[in-house]
Design a binder for this molecule. Structure first.
Ligand code: ITT
Length: 187
């Protein structure tokens, strides 16, 4: 059976990563960018609301994603404010906030929201652990990637290829959970 899902996102980097991941699970990816209201709330609340809103509007099964970077010594900041902080404070500002901080632990989290007509939305969470590097490194990936250092590879996400990042990223984990559920239990 040919499985297809439409990914609603304005972010072309996310789309490219999702294509690589869905390829592994034999799911066809389509893309649309109709936009949707982003509530102020947890990743799950934003993803559920967005998924329901768009599937009602387009009248078909879709997924949206809400992601963020959660830095332990900043009590989870920027977290749900990651988009705004990326545009205003930028990576340099994050590094300044952490200038004298020795606890550099951080997590990327991704929440996929799925919804289809006449269904309640469902969410799938994925995360990955890392450290905030002392300086930006690498020009691959996007946004916070040059800051996110992964011990196992001794590299930042900005220094990894898309395939390498896709092996274990927050997005890989959330999309893998969704893909398994979609191919095995949906319908
Ligand atoms: P959507 O249209 O899918 O919402 P977006 O870019 O607004 O795209 P999010 O709200 O989910 O995405 O992401 C919050 C912020 O975190 C935003 O600045 C992203 O660029 C950044 N971000 C998300 N995933 C990332 C990743 O894998 N690596 C680096 N930065 C990431």
């Amino acid at each position: 059976m040919d499985l297809t899902i439409t990914f609603i996102t304005s972010n072309k980097h996310k789309l490219k990563e999702a294509e690589g991941i869905f390829n592994i699970f034999g799911i066809n990816l389509e893309h649309e960018n109709p936009g949707y209201p982003e509530l102020q709330g947890s990743l799950e609340e934003v993803a559920s609301y967005g998924a329901k809103y768009v599937s009602d509007k387009l009248e078909k099964p879709i997924i949206v994603e809400d992601a963020g970077l959660f830095i332990k010594s900043l009590n989870g900041f920027p977290g749900v404010y990651s988009s705004y902080v990326q545009e205003t404070l930028t990576n340099k500002g994050i590094l300044k906030l952490l200038k004298d901080e020795t606890d550099r632990y951080a997590e990327f989290r991704s929440c996929i929201g799925f919804c289809a007509p006449n269904l309640e939305p469902k969410t799938f969470l994925g995360s990955v652990k890392g450290l905030i590097s002392l300086e930006e490194k690498g020009s691959n990936g996007f946004a916070y990637d040059p800051l996110f250092y992964v011990e196992k590879y001794n590299k930042t996400f900005g220094e990894l290829t898309t395939n390498e990042k896709n092996n274990f990223s927050h997005r890989r984990n959330s999309l893998e959970k969704f893909a398994k559920w979609y191919s095995e239990e949906y319908k």
